[in-house]
Design a protein around this ligand. Structure first.
Ligand code: FAD
Length: 399
């Protein structure tokens, strides 16, 4: 009987990352949450991760985790520099340390109804109303399971956003802390879609990151060489390397699901909450968490991002272009940032623009390539094997 009580929960959350914690955070806003017996399963390891996103009204609890915010963003390509105020938005940076420190220490101690078990989930069985979660150490039961961990086979991903970043501190003033550089396409080579991303944290400290959209990561030495060369050109040689980060984010549609095979609710990346064309996930996961928490306490159906709306269709066109014509990315992004306001672009990425605004955005982009993408998309014809074409293109350009 005692064992049964120890393993029976009102709800189980799998994954101690962004989606797991943001869901608990949103659930905790409901007074009835304090009476719920909750299990959080995760590895409890410190995650080397940070998040950037934009917002026009960040709630105080999240604001406390923000390390730096920018009112301006810039874009650079060969002979183009666009630097713009973000209007009502701010671009925020939350380092993983602040996020996990708040959740692991403050939040969990303020919510003693949550039992955090450092334990890895292996399997979910049962069905809605009576789930069983098997872990390395035991079996837990609950009518509701929310899962952000890939259990079993991972989906096949053929396009990734790969990035390698260096946190550096220069001896002299080298950065403008008012302005984050979203993309610098001057580093694009060999027909690849790649750019440098710079987050100045102070006048001397910054994250300089090489981002590349493609099927396979480069050899690590390629990132290191490129970043070192970029820093030497733009900052000079007098700097200290403080830390490095590496990551990859799936840029894929059609492989993630809102719920798992037994009807458990999927969260975060697993649920397709990463925007496939950009890799941004923080705000989408946060909004999704609000919807799921509301559904838990009201019984209403959550409104979740889906892959059937017009924004997912735009993403599909852009992904097709990135896969099949990566050499055109530089021109597409240059025209986009040259001709549209940053604030409009951010609202477009938030999926909050009107159809009229969207038509205006597309009308200013290289239209032929989008029509081609549209044709292949609508007819379902395959243009070429993406990986095949990608390598052929690379070889041709290296020849
Ligand atoms: C390096 C990096 C930088 C990024 N930067 C940004 C950014 O700037 N802005 C942005 O919006 N998005 C960014 N992203 C996208 C990012 O994937 C999402 O923001 C977010 O972390 C996804 O949340 P998640 O909860 O789905 O996954 P995670 O945050 O990875 O959380 C999953 C958790 O589940 C745990 N887990 C795994 N398996 C099990 C198991 N079997 N049992 C129990 N627990 C398990 C893991 O330990 C992890 O803690 C970045 C991604 C990476 C990799």
């Amino acid at each position: 009987m005692q064992t049964q009580q120890k393993t029976l929960f009102d709800l189980i959350v799998i994954g101690d990352g962004l989606a797991g914690f943001l869901l608990l955070y949103e659930l905790s806003k409901y007074p009835a949450f304090a009476n719920q017996k909750v299990l959080l399963l995760g590895d409890g390891k410190e995650k080397q991760r940070s998040w950037c996103f934009w917002d026009n009204d960040l709630e105080p609890e999240l604001q406390k985790m923000v390390n730096t915010s920018w009112k301006e963003l810039s874009f650079k390509s060969d002979d183009v520099i666009v630097r713009q105020d973000l209007g009502n938005f701010k671009y925020h940076y939350i380092p993983g340390e602040s996020f996990f420190e708040y959740f692991n220490e403050e939040f969990l101690s303020q919510n003693p109804n949550i039992q955090f078990q450092k334990d890895i989930a292996l399997d979910i069985s049962g069905s809605d109303g009576s789930f069983k979660v098997t872990t390395g150490n035991g079996l837990y039961k609950s009518p509701k399971v929310y899962n952000s961990a890939f259990l079993g086979e991972k989906p096949r991903i053929d396009l990734w956003q790969h990035f390698r970043g260096w946190f550096i501190e220069s001896e002299d003033v080298a950065f403008d802390p008012n302005n984050a550089r979203l993309m610098d396409f001057t580093v694009a080579r060999n027909g690849e879609c790649r750019f440098m991303y710079i987050l100045p944290l102070t006048e001397k400290r910054a994250l300089v990151e090489l981002t590349y959209f493609g099927p396979q990561p480069y050899d690590m030495s390629v990132y290191e060489k490129e970043i070192a060369a970029y820093i030497s050109e733009h900052v000079g040689k007098k700097y200290n390397l403080l830390e490095k980060e590496y990551g990859q984010i799936p840029m894929q549609q059609g492989v993630f699901r809102h719920s798992g095979k037994n009807g458990e609710i999927n969260l975060g990346t697993l649920a397709g909450m990463v925007k496939a064309s950009t890799g941004y996930a923080f705000q989408r996961i946060h909004n999704d968490s609000k919807e799921i928490a509301r559904a838990y306490f009201t019984g209403k159906k959550p409104k979740r991002f889906n892959e059937n709306d017009r924004f997912a269709f735009y993403d599909a066109l852009l992904l097709w272009i990135i896969r099949n014509h990566p050499q055109t990315c530089k021109e597409i992004f240059t025209q986009l940032f040259q001709r549209r306001k940053m604030e409009t672009i951010l609202r477009f990425l938030d999926q909050k623009t009107s159809v009229w605004e969207e038509a205006n955005i597309f009308a200013r982009l290289p239209i032929r390539i989008f029509l081609k993408a549209l044709y292949y998309r609508l007819t379902g014809k395959s243009f070429a094997q993406p990986e095949y074409e990608y390598h052929v293109l690379r070889e041709l350009q290296n020849a």
